[in-house]
Design a protein around this ligand. Structure first.
Ligand SMILES: CC(C)(COP(=O)(O)OP(=O)(O)OC[C@H]1O[C@@H](n2cnc3c(N)ncnc32)[C@H](O)[C@@H]1OP(=O)(O)O)[C@@H](O)C(=O)NCCC(=O)NCCS
Length: 261
């Protein structure tokens, strides 16, 4: 069969009866690679070491779900009650993974990269804090301390000790966290976006891919919730219970004369 350069890709090579991911026959990938390793292979071109794959997998597991408190999950469920398919519900969830929800990791990865070479880390971090009212990847509306922070930071810390990753991004993020909490009654600890951003940055993913990886992870929760909601029988479920009204802040009741035509 003739090859055309209309699409040129190094990701996969497909011919009748043959599928190769980055050169590996899919039959061997099916038997020889985990899903996390396959994500790495397709994105990066080579297979990760088992330790790299395990670290990536931990981050993917951590972001998979946050229940209907998370806008992404609530939107997936609401969409499902409108009669759409699971793909539409998942796309709705993914559409709201922006800079303040799920996408903050990408911004933090950019900040971490910018600070990686700083000679005087505390003062470079202080500069960032002066510039940004909210540092992406820190603080949480719901959790005083995000329960996903410690296992993820612990895993990167062990990976640094084992020589799997270098550890500079972790060091920078911990300095940001230290400064954000300094002198405060209530600390501002790292959240899921922050903790996973450290892992993605330490593993060498580009910031935009950090957001993409979070999307892959959260897609699992969006699918599970969309599917569950599809069995609830609810139809056209709104964002607040039907006996609650949205606060109204517009003009008082008024009237309009008929047009007379
Ligand atoms: C997630 C977020 C919206 C939660 O906001 P919130 O619950 O309304 O938190 P508040 O705005 O009440 O913050 C409480 C205090 O902590 C500070 N704070 C919270 N998150 C902060 C952050 N990321 N950077 C700096 N200060 C932060 C606030 O300035 C506030 O300080 P103050 O009491 O002196 O005014 C907020 O922390 C944020 O925007 N974080 C960055 C974006 C992000 O990481 N999103 C992913 C969330 S999982």
């Amino acid at each position: 069969m003739e090859r055309s350069t209309w699409w040129t890709t190094a990701v996969s090579d497909i011919e009748p009866g043959s599928i190769r991911y980055r050169g590996y026959p899919v039959e061997e990938v099916i038997d020889g690679a985990s899903f996390a390793s396959t994500i790495w292979l397709l994105l990066r071109g080579e297979l990760p070491s088992p330790a790299q794959a395990r670290l990536l997998e931990r981050a993917l597991v951590a972001g998979a779900d946050h229940g209907p408190q998370a806008p992404s999950i609530a939107i997936a469920r609401m969409a499902m009650t409108c009669g759409v398919g699971v793909n539409n519900a998942m796309a709705s969830a993914i559409n709201v993974l922006g800079d303040v929800h799920g996408g903050a990791g990408e911004q933090l990865m950019e900040i971490l990269a910018g600070l990686a070479d700083a000679d005087d880390l505390p003062s470079a971090v202080a500069d960032v804090r002066r510039r940004l009212r909210y540092v992406p990847g820190f603080g949480h509306r719901f959790h005083p301390r995000d329960p996903r922070r410690d296992p993820l930071v612990g895993a990167v810390t062990r990976a640094v000790a084992d020589g799997v990753v270098a550890g500079r991004h972790l060091e920078v993020a911990l300095e940001i966290e230290r400064q954000l909490s300094e002198g405060r009654e209530r600390a501002v600890p790292m959240n899921i976006d922050g903790a996973t951003a450290i892992i993605y940055a330490e593993l060498g993913f580009a910031p935009a891919l950090g957001r993409g990886l979070f999307v892959l992870s959260r897609a699992v929760g969006a699918l599970a919730h969309a599917w569950e909601e599809s069995g609830s029988g609810a139809r056209n479920k709104g964002p607040v219970p039907r006996d609650q009204l949205a606060a109204y802040a517009g003009p008082p009741p008024r009237h309009l004369e008929p047009r007379g035509d």
